[in-house]
Structure formats: structure tokens, C-alpha cells
Design a protein around this ligand. Structure first.
Ligand SMILES: NC(=O)C1=CN([C@@H]2O[C@H](COP(=O)(O)OP(=O)(O)OC[C@H]3O[C@@H](n4cnc5c(N)ncnc54)[C@H](OP(=O)(O)O)[C@@H]3O)[C@@H](O)[C@H]2O)C=CC1
Ligand SMILES: O=C(O)[C@@H]1CCC=N1
Length: 346
């Protein structure tokens, strides 16, 4: 048997990490029951753990913790479709402490605003004793985390992104506090099985949060805009999206895999007097380069505020609403313009 990994707050990010890790493993129940094929990563260096079944650096049991019953139902559906529900994965509602007691490694994936209260649940400190805690909430620092737990806890910060779900993630790690080799091996196996990972100082963490964790959203704005352009000149929507997505992926891989500089790729495509240079000049007229670049420091500033006391959190958090985001939008749209404006600023 390997170790038990629990996820405290198994929402978007928890599901992405858990699904990616599960897909990286050869779990017999999934392989034998004819469920969908597992995702194979295309990222060079991504690891498919091949440890023996009793390898202590590879997880073999998972516990996903959520707050609401409806989220548990959704999670069970996701893991059932992967062929692992019940056998290797349990989904629990409001049983954080028990899940941590039964785990060796704990992935904290709740919102930054509730990281403190989640780690301060009665008996949680004791449950975490000697365990390895991986904290993902944006803006919550190692020094804050250290003040909330016992000194005996082994702890790191990780900043993954949603493509971890298909094993194409980018994760930045601070592992300086780890002293035991086995803990470093566990961490590196988790995150290098679901994409690339890089170890950096904590001073860079908010920038990394913006550049790799938020950026799937930023990249999709560019992607959608390219597809819109194709639709504007008559391409069917689905094909326009396919062309734009595969092209962006190909261009990124030429940088990562072929080691080409982006300017080299651009210049090679831009034939003198051709259509590419005409398009490039139109892009530069729209100040696209500085607009894109400037979103990163803005997101970095906001990341640094998250999880800090006395900073603006969104209206939904202030009202402590527990529903899904579309519900907030509905409620907020029915409120006055001023409140909606406040919410959009946060
Ligand atoms: N989303 C992203 O791309 C990234 C997110 N992060 C970080 O990951 C964290 C999670 O973000 P995200 O996944 O988007 O958020 P979600 O809202 O999707 O997930 C949060 C999860 O926490 C659960 N939860 C809430 N309260 C409790 C509780 N008391 N006990 C156990 N579980 C609880 C929720 O359960 P329920 O659904 O039942 O309410 C939900 O499953 C954040 O701190 C964020 O900064 C980091 C990098 C990227
Ligand atoms: O937007 C957020 O706050 C989270 C953290 C990074 C990506 N999503």
C-alpha cells in the first residue's frame, strides 16, 4: 500500500490535482472496468509513477472533503466516470478532521478566506501532527500557515493550475521547509505526475499565482478572441475554436519543446509583405502587448491580498453565502448598480 492523500476543499483545483494524479497511476479498478481511457500527458518530463504497490512515495488511497452534499454528489460522478469511486477514492462531507486523521499527506484546497478556520477546526491541529501539509490557497503565506498549526507539521506551499487535470499543469513549489528526503520525493512525484513543476522562493509566489495559476483564464480570452475573428469571416464556431486552440498549443510547444524564442517563431511566420505582418501591425495598434503584460502585475497585487486579514473579499464571502457562483450572479444582478459595481471591483 502507498500513502493516503486527502484534499481539504475538493472544488475546481482539488478536482484538477486529484484527477491528474489518479490518471497518472495504474489503478487496477480503472484499467479493468472499461471506463474512459486515462489522460496521457504530452509534457516532456511528466512522470508516470511506476513504484511498486507498496511504494511509500506514491498515493494509493484518496479522500476528497467538501462542505455541501450536492458537491459530494458531483464529485462521486466525476470519480465514478474515472472508475475509481469507492475503491480508491472516498468523498466526505464535513468530516475534515477524520479525513486528516486517516491521511499521510493533506492537500489544502479551500478558499484563502477560510484557510485559517479550516485549519483551526477543533482537533485539527492534533490530526495534522507529523503529517505533510500542501497548501494551495493564493496569498496565504508560510508564516501565516506556521502560526495556525503545530511546529511538528511538515508543510509546503504549492501553486498549481487547472490544466493539472489533464496532466498538463504548471506548479510552483516552495519546499525549503522539508528536511526529509521521502517528503520531497512525495511532493515531486505528485506535481511532476501532473505536468511541470518548479521550485521557487516564496517572494515570487504571487507573481506565479498570476502568471501560471490565473493565466489559463487569460489565455482563453486570447483564444476566444482568435476564434471570434475566424467566425467573423465565416468559419464555423467549432472549427474556429479548434484551429485557434491547436495553434496556440503548437506555438507554446515550439517554445517549450523546440526551445525557440517567441520572436523567432513570429519572424519566421511573417513573410515580407504577407498577411501575417498585416495582422501583427493591427494587433500592435490595439496595444495588445502592454494590455496583456499589465494584467499580470494587477493579478499579482490581488493575489497578495487574498487570505490576508482586513482585505476586500467579494460580496458573496462577506455575506457568507454558500451557493454556487451563478446564484451569486443572479442575486447580485437583482441588487442595485452600486453593489454590483462594488462586487466587480473586488
Ligand atoms: N481555481 C484555480 O485555478 C486555482 C485555485 N487555487 C487555490 O485553490 C483554492 C481553491 O480554489 P477553487 O478550487 O477555485 O475553489 P472552489 O470554490 O472550486 O473549491 C473550494 C472547495 O472548498 C470546499 N469547502 C468549503 N468550505 C469547506 C470546509 N469547511 N471544509 C471542507 N471543504 C470546504 C468547497 O466545498 P463545497 O463545494 O461543498 O462548498 C469546495 O469544494 C483557493 O485557495 C485558490 O486560491 C490555486 C491555483 C489555481
Ligand atoms: O483567482 C483566484 O483567486 C485563484 C487563484 C489563482 C487562480 N485562481
Amino acid at each position: 500500500m502507498g500513502y493516503t492523500l486527502s484534499v481539504l476543499g475538493c472544488g475546481t483545483m482539488g478536482i484538477a490535482v486529484l484527477s491528474g494524479v489518479v490518471d497518472s497511476l495504474d489503478i487496477p479498478s480503472r484499467l479493468s472496468n472499461g471506463n474512459r481511457e486515462k489522460w496521457e500527458s504530452h509534457t516532456p518530463g511528466t512522470l508516470t509513477p511506476t513504484g511498486s504497490p507498496d511504494d511509500k512515495t506514491v498515493p494509493s488511497r484518496f479522500i476528497a472533503c467538501v462542505k455541501r452534499e450536492e458537491s459530494a454528489v458531483k464529485l462521486k460522478g466525476i470519480f465514478a466516470s474515472m472508475g475509481v469511486m469507492g475503491q480508491n477514492i472516498e468523498v466526505v462531507v464535513s468530516h475534515n478532521v477524520q479525513a486528516v486523521q486517516e491521511s499521510d499527506v493533506v492537500l489544502l484546497c479551500c478558499k484563502p478566506q477560510i484557510a485559517h478556520s479550516t485549519l483551526s477546526e477543533p482537533r485539527m491541529k492534533e490530526a495534522l501532527n507529523q503529517k505533510l501539509l500542501i497548501s494551495t490557497p493564493a496569498g496565504v503565506t508560510i508564516s501565516q500557515l506556521s502560526s495556525w498549526v503545530l511546529p511538528s507539521i511538515k508543510m509546503i506551499r504549492a501553486m498549481p493550475n487547472t490544466p493539472c487535470k489533464i496532466r498538463e499543469g504548471m506548479t510552483v513549489l516552495i519546499t525549503s521547509s522539508l528536511t526529509e528526503k521521502i517528503d520531497s520525493a512525495i511532493i515531486l512525484k505528485i506535481f511532476s505526475s501532473i505536468g511541470r513543476c518548479r521550485i521557487l522562493d516564496e517572494k515570487h509566489f504571487d507573481a506565479c499565482t498570476a502568471l501560471s495559476s490565473s493565466s489559463p483564464a487569460f489565455a482563453c480570452i486570447f483564444l476566444e478572441a482568435m476564434a471570434d475573428g475566424g467566425v467573423m469571416i465565416g468559419l464555423p464556431r467549432a472549427e474556429a475554436l479548434e484551429l485557434a486552440s491547436q495553434t496556440l498549443q503548437g506555438a507554446a510547444r515550439m517554445v517549450l519543446q523546440a526551445g525557440q524564442h517567441p520572436a523567432q517563431i513570429r519572424d519566421a511566420v511573417a513573410t515580407p509583405g504577407g498577411c501575417t505582418i498585416a495582422g501583427l501591425l493591427a494587433l500592435e495598434d490595439g496595444k495588445v502587448r502592454s494590455t496583456i503584460a499589465r494584467c499580470i502585475p494587477i493579478a499579482t497585487d490581488r493575489a497578495s491580498e487574498l487570505g490576508q486579514p482586513n482585505t476586500k473579499n467579494c460580496v458573496a464571502d462577506q455575506l457568507n453565502l454558500g451557493g454556487p457562483k451563478p446564484l451569486y450572479v443572479g442575486i447580485l444582478q437583482s441588487l442595485s448598480g452600486d453593489i454590483l459595481h462594488t462586487w466587480m471591483l473586488c
